[in-house]
Design a protein around this ligand. Structure first.
Ligand code: SF4
Length: 363
């Protein structure tokens, strides 16, 4: 059963490292976007009632006003029915735009999980990243979410930032762990062309990021959050059902600019241009795509292995697929990168951070 992803392409301000489809938007621009989103959702009415999970990301979904959030929830309801009936429904939020009214509204609508952006607990680093919210704002928003009754919260942290020390990173983690998160995600900084970071000559720090990643993973495991995917850690039973579906090569529909879908063996992504998206969807025309690709045969199996290996539980391969990739699998096993037990293949835990070396074998 597919997951539903909805991309909200608006943020209060653009962070210096960000290359997601997002930009500041006026209330009127957000209203117009929601009208286009309603059109795009209606074009997929044949899938209504078939979704098991929802993820509303961006951008910053919490930037919408309460009225706009109600409109968004109404559009989503047309495809998913009551959110309480789903296995999981996540909204992303940023502290600067979350208040008690929005937290209560999301809770009452049946949203089961919130992912709140932190990145670091040191305000000096947050300022360098161009983040709007400082650590005090995060604390306040986290408290509002707990007070509203949310018992499944994720926080994102970044590693490998310019000027960030290992002590800064583990300090951020200790700071966050005091709040008892159910789920934590790490992301190493990537410098993308066209961003202010790239223009300023910022460099990726893969070695520092790897050290932070390993130290962070150990601290989280000690605190009872188990690594279940390369960058994701959860208390038992709090793993993200929506994201696990991606790694199991499950189907999903993506709505909104840049949103990707995988349905009936086809991968595609909507245009990343909000203007082009709004223009076509509002006119009732198909949304322009950035790419479209039919996946079959060896390419589909290779992708299945690459996605499955992201999970620490690994992937159980059928005999056919095992034979098809036998040479590569044996090479990786001999190099100590993966572990093969019967048909079950896993990346060795201490090699997860260098997983790209494993994935290259299947490209
Ligand atoms: S809040 Fe997130 S999506 Fe928005 S600009 Fe910053 S990094 Fe990008």
């Amino acid at each position: 059963m597919p997951g539903l992803y909805v991309h909200i392409p608006f943020c209060r301000a653009k962070c210096g490292y960000c290359d997601f489809a997002s930009a500041p938007g006026t209330p009127r621009e957000i209203d117009v976007f929601l009208e286009a989103l309603a059109r795009e959702a209606a074009a997929h009415a044949d899938l209504a009632g078939k979704f098991t999970t929802l993820y509303v990301g961006g951008g910053t979904p919490s930037l919408l006003s309460e009225k706009q959030l109600k409109t968004l929830l109404h559009i989503i309801d047309g495809l998913t029915g009551p959110l309480a009936g789903l296995a999981e429904s996540t909204f992303e939020a940023n502290p600067e735009s979350l208040d008690a009214g929005k937290a209560a509204l999301l809770k009452a609508a049946g949203v089961s999980r919130i992912s709140l952006g932190l990145q670091a607990s040191q305000d000096v680093l947050l300022r360098k990243l161009g983040r709007v919210a400082m650590s005090g704002d995060f604390l306040k928003a986290w408290g509002l979410l707990r007070a509203a009754g949310f018992t499944n919260l994720n926080a994102d942290l970044m590693c490998g930032l310019p000027g960030q020390t290992l002590k800064d990173f583990t300090g951020s983690l200790e700071w966050l762990l005091k709040l008892k998160p159910e789920h934590v995600s790490f992301y190493a900084l990537e410098v993308h062309g066209g961003t202010p970071f790239a223009a300023a000559g910022a460099k990726e720090e893969p070695e520092a990021a790897a050290d932070m990643y390993e130290a962070g993973a150990a601290a989280l495991e000690l605190a009872g959050l188990r690594r279940y995917e390369i960058s994701n850690f959860a208390r038992p039973g709090r793993e993200s059902v929506h994201n696990l579906n991606y790694w199991d090569q499950g189907e999903y529909l993506g709505l909104g600019p840049s949103a990707a879908s995988y349905l009936a063996g086809e991968r595609r992504a909507n245009t990343a241009s909000t203007a082009a998206y709004v223009k076509s969807a509002t006119a009732g025309e198909p949304v322009p795509v950035q790419y479209r690709e039919k996946l079959a045969g060896r390419a589909k199996n290779a992708e299945k292995i690459m996605l499955g290996l992201r999970k620490t539980s690994g992937i159980e391969l059928s005999d056919d697929i095992f034979i098809e990739f036998n040479d590569g699998l044996r090479r990786l096993s001999a190099a100590g990168l993966i572990e093969i037990t019967g048909g079950l293949v896993k990346i060795n835990e201490d090699r997860l951070y260098v997983s790209n070396a494993v994935f290259r074998e299947f490209v």
